[in-house]
Write a protein that binds this ligand. Sequence first.
Ligand SMILES: Cc1cc2nc3c(=O)[nH]c(=O)nc-3n(C[C@H](O)[C@H](O)[C@H](O)COP(=O)(O)O)c2cc1C
Length: 216
Amino acid sequence: MSSPAQPATVPFDLRSLTAAEVYALLTHAVAPRPVAWVSTLSKDGRPNLAPYSYFNVGGQNPPSVVFAPNTTGDGGEKDTLRNIRETGEYVINIASREQAAAMAATAVDLPHGKSEWDAVGLESVPSQSVTPSRVRGCPFALECRLHQIVSHGEGPGAANYVIGEVTVAHVDRSFLNAAGEATSLDSAVCGGVGRLGGDWYVDARGEALFQLGRPD
Ligand SMILES: Cc1cc2nc3c(=O)[nH]c(=O)nc-3n(C[C@H](O)[C@H](O)[C@H](O)COP(=O)(O)O)c2cc1C
């Protein structure tokens, strides 16, 4: 219960919090988040794979997606960002619930050029319009070309928004209608894995789902 003396919410001025406190607050507030499992190649052709939950779709004309690798603790670039800056190509794989643990395991911090694919034991499938491969078994995979990188801030934890255009989307055959079209996808069938705060994830199936109509 709230009263004038004790309102229901408490305001926090984020400028007075530490970076770790801001991270904890924002990642619990902005949840669940989809996870982009991003496949890239270094400019000398070494494969890299890492999960990014600062991720969303932004438009469809053209098909546009964004995710945000943060600047590292030593002020450097994550391998994914460096590879995309150098090659302009990537694949955003969407992991199934069965792949979620492998997806999280690819967040391991390997030296530049060492492959998370090998570390986690994943199989790759060649892409159609970009050079990096996609992850076998993912229900969706989005082949992307870099549009723009927009950095917000400097130093550890700064956002680097990677905006990309989706050229080809791969869809699990079992999600398609009888005519083989992807025009009537059903969330009760597609499901989805989302990241919450801390180590929590959500498996968007069963009782986690509900429907709301749109206003007329
Ligand atoms: C589920 C999950 C989501 C993550 N999301 C982000 C994110 O949105 N931005 C980020 O900078 N790091 C994120 N991380 C951490 C990166 O995956 C981690 O730093 C990884 O080592 C980066 O790999 P790379 O240097 O090969 O690109 C996430 C980790 C996990 C497990």
